[in-house]
Write a protein that binds this ligand. Structure first.
Ligand code: FNR
Length: 182
């Protein structure tokens, strides 16, 4: 049976470089793996008052079900103010609740940070890693995936330059190895 990979992108904007990098990564999975985007932009800000059986938003339930159905989660995110975008943190919070029903539990994860700048989203990458420890997600350690100067490696069609494909492939291959160990 093929393995489903939930692809969660930290940026909500249409032309997102992170989303373009995610598309390039998704093409590099071998057969038997089905990477699919999971939407986070439609999730209301997490609020325990609405997270009750009577009031829970349909988008929370749908999102939790999509994560629970996945065999792993690939995070591709920009950095906002040396941290992760609020929308991504909100998605982590929504998926982690109700208490005792953490949808992220035990899902092997890979983190790819993306930035037009030279620091390559290092801060976001490690802030996200910190939450994954608590969410009990075994995360890919090597190769570390910091994609800097992203505008220089994407062409007008959103494809990465030839020289970067090998690096992206090494990330996917190592992540597939991690997935296969679970
Ligand atoms: C940014 N950006 C940014 N970049 C970075 O490398 N480190 C940072 O801390 C920040 N901080 C930051 C805060 C906010 C609120 C915004 C909107 C942007 C710039 C960011 O990397 C750039 O806008 C990217 O293009 C965003 O990623 P997507 O949307 O292209 O995937």
């Amino acid at each position: 049976m093929s393995k489903k990979i939930a692809v969660v992108v930290g940026s909500l904007r249409k032309g997102s470089f992170s989303k373009q990098i995610a598309r390039n990564l998704m093409k590099l999975f071998p057969s038997g793996y089905e990477p699919e985007f999971v939407e986070i932009g439609n999730l209301p800000l997490y609020n325990e008052d609405i997270d009750t059986p009577e009031n829970v938003p349909a988008t929370y339930t749908e999102f939790r079900d999509q994560i629970k159905a996945a065999d792993g989660v690939l995070f591709v995110t920009p950095e906002y103010n040396r941290s992760i975008p609020g929308g991504l943190k909100n998605a982590l919070d929504v998926g982690s609740r109700p208490y005792g029903q953490n949808a992220w539990n035990n899902k092997p994860a890979a983190i790819v940070s993306v930035s037009p700048g030279a620091i390559s989203g290092f801060g976001a990458n490690h802030v996200l890693r910190q939450s994954l420890v608590f969410l009990n997600m075994p995360a890919l350690q090597q190769p570390e995936a910091y994609i800097g100067n992203v505008t220089k490696i994407l062409d007008d069609d959103g494809n990465v330059a030839e020289g970067t494909v090998g690096f992206l492939q090494s990330i996917v291959d190592a992540y597939v190895d991690l997935l296969d160990r679970y």
